[in-house]
Design a protein around this ligand. Structure first.
Ligand SMILES: [Fe+2]
Ligand SMILES: [Fe+2]
Length: 159
């Protein structure tokens, strides 16, 4: 069987962005259905969203952001802002995790989280990734490999 082509750093991170976007849509579809079924299912999706975002933010903070900061000095402001946005996302994640069941409060928190993530992802896509792609001396393929390895390690820990 042919091996799947390895993703470079931006492709890998953006694949995560797309995957979590789908989870937010799944959650909203259940939360706003007329008979609001599946509270347990919603809670499961919410925990999956929290886990995936936690791993994603961690690999960006450990690997991607520092690599970018090193070779693209003018990305410093954007990266500082990105770290602050991660902090907001983490605060919302801990509130969601404290909720035992999916009720309207969780629905609201997940909606707030979706909005915060959407805003942050847009900045990564529109501003950070273009800088990373244009940077000389940044090996996005090697960085993608590193991100993937660390992601697998963290996913194994969190599972
Ligand atoms: Fe990020
Ligand atoms: Fe990201």
């Amino acid at each position: 069987m042919p091996e799947l082509a390895a993703k470079d750093a931006c492709e890998l991170l953006d694949a995560d962005h797309i995957a979590v976007k789908h989870l937010f849509v799944d959650y909203a579809r259940l939360a706003y259905a007329p008979d609001a079924p599946g509270a347990a299912e919603r809670a499961d999706i919410a925990m999956k969203i929290c886990n995936e975002l936690t791993v994603h933010a961690q690999i960006e903070e450990e690997i991607f952001y520092p690599a970018l900061r090193k070779v693209v000095p003018d990305a410093a402001g954007l990266l500082d802002e990105a770290r602050q946005e991660h902090q907001q996302v983490k605060n919302l994640i801990s509130q969601v995790r404290e909720m035992g069941t999916a009720d309207t409060t969780m629905d609201q928190l997940v909606a707030d989280l979706a909005r915060a993530v959407e805003h942050h992802v847009k900045e990564e896509r529109d501003e950070l990734f273009p800088k990373a792609k244009a940077a000389k001396g940044l090996d996005l393929a090697a960085l993608g490999q590193q991100l993937q390895e660390r992601q697998q390690e963290l996913e194994a820990e969190i599972a």
